[in-house]
Write a protein that binds this ligand. Structure first.
Ligand code: ZN
Ligand code: ZN
Length: 394
């Protein structure tokens, strides 16, 4: 089959690779009909390079049609249309029983002291071949995949794999209601979806921060008041001014590693990615500064006693934290990988309505064949052509 493979720093290529096969009774093989490029896939371009090897298949946002199932999979049959959560969970361990699916103890990557395995996301998360491919092996298919009806096109459901539940959990963690103001930092896919989710859930005011025109414009169309990062650059002061000098009740940091405004950190990370592997691994773990700028902004901007909700992935130890400020302001910080399966029932019902209330079918800005994935990665990284979300068709 054809798959998008990592070949080196800044180098992904579509290659011929062996077809996946059923390895465990709880596996399924899914023929991918649509797959998306995630902001966090861009980390693989550089910062997480020490944890990849040439030929690794990328991608964790995908859906398709079940091609084969192992003996232990009761709920699925060949021919079923499914969307697959990006984090792989067993559904019955101690963590799963508590809804903490991203910490599943059956799939945890204990050798790296990390949480649940993820599709297409480096040795840190189990080196599981990803879904930017014609076919993908889905472990724990007796629990993860969400069966879909045939009533709507793929893109109505594709974002149940990551973007929608991640944005939903971010807003949930922000703990805001009709009388509250939520600021969303970063208007990539997660930030855009968070704006829509927050408005849908009736959050009083949504302030959206970015520095790219079309990203600000989309957020405005979905009911946010926008703050342009380019104008003056002091985001915390701008947010304070918009909230009677107090600051937003909650700040959702959705910047991911698309962080701007920290060229020094960027240079350090670029350097670490190019170091020999054992040294590079250590450096990434220690530096972890890649996107502290966004987190510091969130901590500075939020009102006293407010909540910071972190949706973007941190690629290293978040250290040093501004602990004094966090304590003095008495803020609540909530973060972590999305427990996708915890939200999928509710979100499936939301996606599967006659009216596309979150604009899922129009969410992608670009649709391309899988063969054009390498160009699509570059376009997304460079934010060219108004690119916010790319969907690939194998
Ligand atoms: Zn993703
Ligand atoms: Zn589990």
């Amino acid at each position: 089959m054809r798959a998008l493979t990592w070949q080196g720093i800044g180098d992904v290529q579509v290659r011929e690779v062996p077809d996946p096969v059923i390895q465990e009774p709880t596996d399924a093989i899914v023929r991918v009909t649509a797959t998306a490029i995630c902001g966090s896939d861009l980390h693989l371009y550089d910062v997480l390079a020490p944890f990849l090897k040439s030929g690794d298949v990328l991608g964790h946002e995908f859906m398709g049609v079940v091609e084969a199932v192992g003996d232990g999979v009761d709920g699925l049959q060949p021919g079923d249309r499914v969307v697959v959560p990006f984090c792989i969970a067993c559904g019955h361990c101690w963590m799963c029983r508590r809804g903490l699916f991203a910490q599943c103890e059956t799939t945890q990557v204990t050798e790296h002291d990390k949480g649940a395995r993820l599709f297409g996301y480096t040795s840190l998360y189990g080196s599981v071949p990803g879904g930017q491919a014609e076919l993908v092996r889905v472990p724990h298919a007796d629990f993860g995949p969400v069966k879909l009806p045939d009533n709507f096109p793929d893109e109505r459901f594709l974002f149940l794999s990551d973007v929608l539940p991640t944005a939903w959990q971010g807003v949930e963690f922000a703990d805001v209601g009709p009388d509250d103001t939520l600021a969303v930092l970063g208007l990539g896919p997660i930030g855009q979806m968070a704006v829509r989710v927050a408005r849908h859930r009736g959050v009083g005011r949504v302030l959206a921060v970015d520095l790219v025109d079309e990203r600000l414009e989309y957020a405005r169309q979905w009911g946010a008041e926008v703050v342009d990062y380019r104008q003056g650059n002091d985001v915390a002061a701008a947010l304070s001014e918009l909230t009677d000098g107090r600051g937003p009740d909650a700040v959702l940091d959705a910047v991911g590693m698309e962080a701007h405004g920290n060229p020094v950190a960027g240079a350090m990370i670029a350097g670490a990615a190019r170091l020999p592997k054992p040294v590079g691994r250590q450096a990434i773990d220690k530096i972890g500064v890649d996107r502290l700028d966004a987190l510091y902004t969130a901590i500075n901007a939020v009102r006293r006693g407010g909540t910071v909700s972190v949706s973007g992935v941190y690629g290293g130890a978040v250290d040093p934290m501004p602990l004094f400020t966090m304590f003095d302001k008495g803020i609540t910080v909530r973060m972590g990988q999305c427990h996708v399966q915890r939200w999928t029932d509710e979100l499936f019902d939301l996606a599967n309505q006659t009216t596309d209330v979150l604009g899922l079918e129009d969410f992608a800005t670009h649709r391309l064949p899988l063969s054009e994935a390498p160009d699509a990665y570059e376009m997304f990284r460079d934010k060219r052509d108004g690119c916010i979300k790319v969907v690939l068709h194998p």
